[in-house]
Write a protein that binds this ligand. Sequence first.
Ligand code: BGC
Length: 371
Amino acid sequence: MRLFKKATAVALASCMAFSLTACGGGAEETTAAATEAATEATEAASEASEAVTEAAEATGKDPSEIKVGISIYQYADNFMTLYRNELQDYLVNELGLSESNIMMQDGKNDQAEQMNQIRNFITAGVDVMILNLVQASSAPDVTNLCHEAGIPVVYINREPDAEEEQRWVDEGIKATYVGADARQSGTYQGEIIAAQENMGDANGDGVVKYVMIQGDPENVDAQYRTENSVKALQDAGAQVEQLVIQRGDWDQTKGQEIAANALTQFGADVDVIFSNNDAMALGAIQAIDAAGRTVNEDIYVVGVDALAEVVELIQNNKFTGTVFNDFIGQSHSAADLALSFVNGEEVNYVNMVDYVKVTTENAAEILEMVK
Ligand code: BGC
């Protein structure tokens, strides 16, 4: 399983950095290619990680001496838990960092708390930071703090705005972002619904009526997924109507409450539940069960992330589809870029890892990677 993970990360890593269109093929192609390339890519992965280690040695800094400060916006987040575990594992077991030099902190969804953590990292003399901001809008302040202290920063998951990213380029600031283009995940969600025989019109009244469960709308992931999922469905020719749009802050319990209220209010009118992530969609599934509705018969549900629990439900025809948010590729890239910074190498300012559509056809392969 580990080997497959690495192989896929390498296959997906090759899609990074402004090359989304080149790698934007269908889910089947992407997974088939990843599977075929497994053996070669596994070798390439270990060579690549040896190369990183050697490069670090060549420029002087022994990886076991490198100190990294990491702050995750909130440990309680399901997706970021997968991400941070993979990040820690890769830093230690692939890149050779010492566990005691990795300072990983829970931002507790509190920007002031996270600012303190960042100040403490500076005092502790870390070589580089990997930051999942509580509020992406704090990026300019955080970047300035780090820049003044001479510490490069790799932002992950919550993308600073374009103006801030441009400032890094213009002022030669050592900051970069690793993530995934949320527009792509939204488009894939809409395409999954459009691929149903009735294009998501479960009750056959001619209009796809949907409930939109949003993450934290400050986040571009929430904004783009909301917009592009519906757009893709409309582009495919469906007539749509929004019944409810509400923020669920990426949280399962909130997702359950939003879906339960919508189902009580609109009953059989609800054809589709779009959720900006899988955690909230799992909440929606609880509400759907409680309301006596049946997924893929009288209602459809799509999420994003490909949490193992969701992929299993897809395999059992109890969840319509999701989109793999590649925490493996993203965390590895973030770690590689952090080391590149420490070694004084040039890095891209924005680094994107592709999403993968997940349906019954490729659920088994995706499950191998994520479980
Ligand atoms: C993921 C969500 C997660 C959020 C945290 C998104 O990319 O899809 O599951 O809660 O990031 O910022």
